[in-house]
Design a protein. Structure first.
Length: 318
């Protein structure tokens, strides 16, 4: 059914003159549009006329006010077309654009996963992480949404910037590899392995910071971006099957475990500042690594029912 025929049927329904057969045609058309995710194309002249009618608060010629059954139809009469455009027209510039299906990939507390995006970019998901992305990227940019922690290996495309949106940060890249930790209840941190990225706070896109390899930015509680130099390879080591500590202070090792496994670890210490840890462990979970660390330091630990960990540190063995 072409657009003009469909609109005529809507007007007949609004006027109460549509036959049973025409009512069925309307219903079948709505079902096809819902299933395909497509909408009817409108000419610039039609868009301008509808926009003018909205702004002047006048009904479209020939349309009557009707009661709309939103549960059954996306659009029941011509008046509902006005409502649809009034709601989404400013964003879509009064054009009807097919909605692109979204894909969501998630991991639980004992899972890690790799996700290949539509452009061929590779994303490593840490535990308790959710990544949402479109089935097909938009013409002008590539946007994904992240909850949790992930390491991105982005395919380079200067004409199509890659954006990662978290609850508080927006990271923009062209082609690079970087780690983002946006776990719930933790500080939002972006660190760069290769290339460069721009990090900005949500709603403050003009105040971003440019990061290069082995640089990191953390969003503080006050909303400021705090810059630092880091060993980015160590930060993203969680994506491999190994955690490696190269003469790191015991407190920093515990911080890495907390960040990598997204668990709260409370260190009740006497003085762990002089205890340097040099070791590597298979990524078999917090309990397994803590048991391994007990060969290098004297401490007891308790894992609570909610997954939080309490450590009573005594002294260093080396």
């Amino acid at each position: 059914m072409i657009k003009e025929q469909f609109v005529n049927l809507l007007h007949k329904k609004a006027a109460g003159t549509a036959s049973i057969g025409e009512m069925k045609q309307i219903e079948e058309t709505f079902k096809r549009l819902e299933k395909s995710g497509q909408n009817l194309p409108w000419t610039l002249a039609e868009q301008a006329e509808i926009k003018q009618r909205i702004q002047s608060k006048l009904p479209i010629k020939g349309a009557r006010q009707v009661v709309i059954d939103w549960k059954r139809y996306l659009i029941a009469v011509a008046a509902s077309l006005l409502i649809f455009i009034a709601t989404y027209g400013a964003y879509q510039e009064y054009s009807f654009v097919p909605q692109i299906p979204m894909i969501q990939r998630s991991t639980n507390s004992s899972q890690r996963a790799q996700v290949i995006l539509p452009d061929g970019s590779l994303v490593h998901l840490n535990v308790n992480t959710t990544l949402t992305f479109p089935e097909v990227f938009d013409v002008g940019q590539r946007i994904v949404k992240l909850e949790g922690e992930a390491f991105f290996e982005v395919k380079k495309n200067p004409d199509k910037p890659f954006l990662v949106q978290t609850e508080r940060l927006i990271t923009t890249v062209l082609g690079t590899s970087f780690n983002i930790n946006a776990a719930t209840g933790a500080a939002s941190i972006v660190s760069v392995n290769t290339g460069k990225v721009e990090v900005s706070v949500v709603h403050h896109a003009g105040d971003g910071l440019i990061l290069h390899p082995d640089q990191q930015v953390e969003l503080t509680d006050s909303g400021a971006l705090e810059f630092s130099e880091v060993n980015s390879a160590g930060i993203s080591s969680w994506k491999s099957n190994e955690m490696r500590f190269e003469l790191l202070p015991f407190e920093e090792v515990i911080s890495m475990l907390s960040r990598n496994y997204h668990v709260k670890i409370t260190l009740r210490e006497n003085s762990a500042k002089g205890c340097l840890i040099k070791a590597s462990y298979t990524n078999n979970g917090v309990k397994s690594i803590l048991e391994g660390l007990q060969h290098l330091a004297n401490f007891d630990f308790l894992i609570l029912e909610n997954g939080d960990v309490i450590i009573d540190y005594k002294n260093c063995k080396n």
